[in-house]
Design a protein around this ligand. Structure first.
Ligand SMILES: O=C[C@H](O)[C@H](O)[C@H](O)COP(=O)(O)O
Length: 235
């Protein structure tokens, strides 16, 4: 799980505040990453105190943590709906004058395909972040999960859109990162992204793309942990 960047205390404040929104009987989407991990641990403590919830993990990592802290688990196909999803982000547009306000780049931990399934299914999706994630325009490389057998041709098509794709390598293994779904990840640099919605549609149309990390118009709020509190952005 990726943990670099941002202060741990700020991440913890954001995660714990989001966990306070979990109500008795909720089905909760459990995102992935170092910030969401604080929310999962806080939900686990609430479960110890008697809160009845079921969690839907978005990755092997969040599943393991949820099991460790005692959150009963379910899956999307087994529930009528998801009341709340809590998830992190790699970048969040923070500009109320921009049409992209609240748009996200996700997938730093290669979990964005399952995250998008769960986050878009939720009645309410809350992003948890520290201030280092806020930006005027999305500009980090966009993680794109691709079918392994087609990663070269898919990379060519992403280049045709103006992207510069790099196959994500595993740090402690020879070879590429393999996602929980058995696929590969291309980190695709586009420079500053003026129209994330348009780029999202173009990426989704490429055969071989399983899912990309642009989340546009999905988040309902971002909880930004700071050095001394939590700022809430609502969309
Ligand atoms: O694939 C991973 C996810 O999209 C994470 O939610 C994202 O990378 C943020 O992680 P963190 O809270 O560790 O910065």
């Amino acid at each position: 799980m990726k943990t670099e960047g941002g202060s741990t205390a700020a991440k913890r404040r954001a995660g714990e505040r989001a966990a306070e929104a979990v109500e008795d009987g909720f089905v909760v989407g459990l995102g992935t990453g170092s910030t969401t991990a604080h929310a999962i641990r806080a939900i686990g403590r609430a479960v110890d105190d008697g809160l009845a919830v079921r969690g839907i993990p978005t990755s092997f990592q969040s599943r393991q943590l949820a099991l460790e802290v005692g959150i009963p688990l379910t899956d999307l196909d087994a529930v009528d709906g998801v009341d709340l999803a809590i998830d992190g982000a790699d970048q969040v547009v923070d500009d109320p004058d921009s049409r992209a306000h609240g748009a996200l780049i996700k997938g730093g931990g290669a979990a964005h395909a399952r995250e998008k399934l769960v986050d878009t299914a939720a009645e309410r999706f809350v992003v948890v972040a520290d201030p280092s994630k806020l930006t005027d325009r999305l500009e980090r490389p966009v993680p794109v999960e691709v079918l392994p057998d087609a990663h070269t041709v898919t990379a060519d098509r992403i280049e045709n859109l103006g992207g510069d794709p790099t196959l994500r390598d595993a740090e402690r293994k020879d070879g590429p990162v393999v996602t929980d779904n058995g696929n590969l990840v291309l980190d695709c640099a586009f420079g500053p992204i003026d129209d994330p919605d348009g780029l999202a549609a173009q990426l989704s149309r490429i055969p071989g793309v399983v899912e990309h990390g642009l989340f546009v118009g999905v988040a309902d709020a971002t909880y930004v942990g700071t050095d001394d509190g939590v700022e809430v952005r609502r969309y």
